[in-house]
Design a binder for this molecule. Structure first.
Ligand SMILES: Nc1ncnc2c1ncn2[C@@H]1O[C@H](COP(=O)(O)OP(=O)(O)OP(=O)(O)O)[C@@H](O)[C@H]1O
Ligand SMILES: [Mg+2]
Length: 345
């Protein structure tokens, strides 16, 4: 190793990013593990420009070598996933150039998620707000309108106000569970009773769609064994949303299965609770995105049914906090949401 490569190796120890040393011809004469992991071991002894597809790279290299200028370029690569980087080039000793590549993907995607989120919330609030202000205007202009018409308008206004209320409640719940996601709740919770109470609470909705519930307990299980570790209010919220979804999106006149079974894969003792409904099969592409905030498969239809698209995002966060698992499958007209929770044994 030359003295120069030695100096680079020492300096690279201090840098937490991918870095490489290029000679006057732009050939990689040294690099750290991170750089090799990013661009591959084949970069050694080859011109770096072959591995960086960026029109400004050669120019920046020249500026660093000939004019001792530091340059910065933004750069993205797609291997399996698209990743965003920024590249910094600086002169090193007489004729050499140091290249550092910083991975910005997480910052870029956090910023994108944040701005998408704000855009989504604004969009969701805008439509009930414009309906409300439209009706307020109409009522004010026609203060002498028939009581029947006024009543009709007020009913619509109330339902729009309730939609906004639901949205705000869901947003608050989501931020509450997110804030405490790293703390695992450990109370003993009887999920079977929670499910029974939830089914009772939704009996008007299920009756209206002529749906019935079919309970299935795996052979060896008795109801009082169905105790898990967690937080009762949060688990109630999970099953309320799953049962509400099964009723809302399932076929009228069909059955909803509620199945309990054990999933004893050591060292974990889990209880699996499945909510299975009949209805349109969900595409695998949509399944992968269901737990994203505001994601709805048929967004016009789901919105009409009163959904905000936040329910499953809340479910996922609650289950994460419980160190549990959520699995969603949908085949041949049957959709299953399966929740596995730690058992109290
Ligand atoms: N059992 C199901 N069958 C078919 N599609 C479903 C089912 N559950 C959820 N979905 C789809 O997933 C989307 C997201 O569900 P989620 O519970 O997050 O939101 P929502 O029900 O629209 O609103 P919210 O739960 O906030 O009132 C729904 O809009 C619907 O398109
Ligand atoms: Mg829902």
């Amino acid at each position: 190793m030359t003295a120069l490569q030695d100096r680079f190796a020492n300096m690279a120890l201090l840098i937490d990013e991918a870095c490489a040393l290029l000679d006057a011809r732009g050939i990689v004469i040294a690099a750290n593990d991170k750089m090799f992991a990013l661009l591959g071991h084949q970069i050694a002894e080859y011109p770096m420009e072959r591995f960086i597809r960026h029109e400004g790279f050669v120019e920046a290299l020249r500026a660093a070598r000939d004019q001792a200028l530091v340059s910065e370029l933004t750069y993205s690569r797609t291997d399996k996933l698209r990743r965003e980087f920024h590249l910094r080039l600086a002169p090193f000793e007489e004729t050499h150039v140091l290249v550092v590549i910083v991975d910005d993907t997480d910052t870029v995607s956090v910023n994108r998620i944040r701005s998408d989120f704000v855009a989504n919330v604004s969009h969701e609030l805008r439509s009930p707000l414009s309906v409300l202000s439209g009706f307020i205007e109409t009522l004010r202009d026609g203060a002498d309108a028939e009581p029947e018409t006024r009543g009709k308008f007020l009913t619509i206004m109330q339902s729009e106000a309730e939609r906004m209320q639901r949205l705000v409640d869901d947003l608050l719940s989501l931020s509450r569970v997110e804030a405490i996601e790293h703390r695992t709740p450990n109370d003993k919770v009887d999920v079977y009773t929670i499910m029974q109470q939830t089914v009772d609470a939704f009996s008007a909705q299920s009756l209206a769609k002529k749906m019935s519930f079919q309970w299935q307990l795996e052979d060896a299980l008795c109801a009082d064994e169905l105790i898990v570790l967690g937080n009762a209010d949060e688990l109630r919220q999970v099953f309320q949303n799953l049962i509400e979804n099964a009723i809302r999106y399932g076929d009228a006149d069909s059955e909803i299965e509620l199945a309990f079974s054990l999933e004893d894969t050591a060292p974990l003792n889990l209880l699996r609770v499945q909510v299975i409904n009949q209805g349109p099969t969900i595409d695998s592409h949509d399944i992968a995105r269901l737990t994203e905030r505001f994601y709805r498969v048929d967004s016009g239809r789901a919105r009409q049914m009163g959904g905000t698209g936040l329910g499953l995002a809340i479910v996922k966060h609650i289950i994460n906090r419980h160190r549990g698992r959520l699995r969603i499958t949908s085949t041949a007209g049957k959709t299953s949401f399966s929740v596995s929770l730690r058992r109290n044994i």
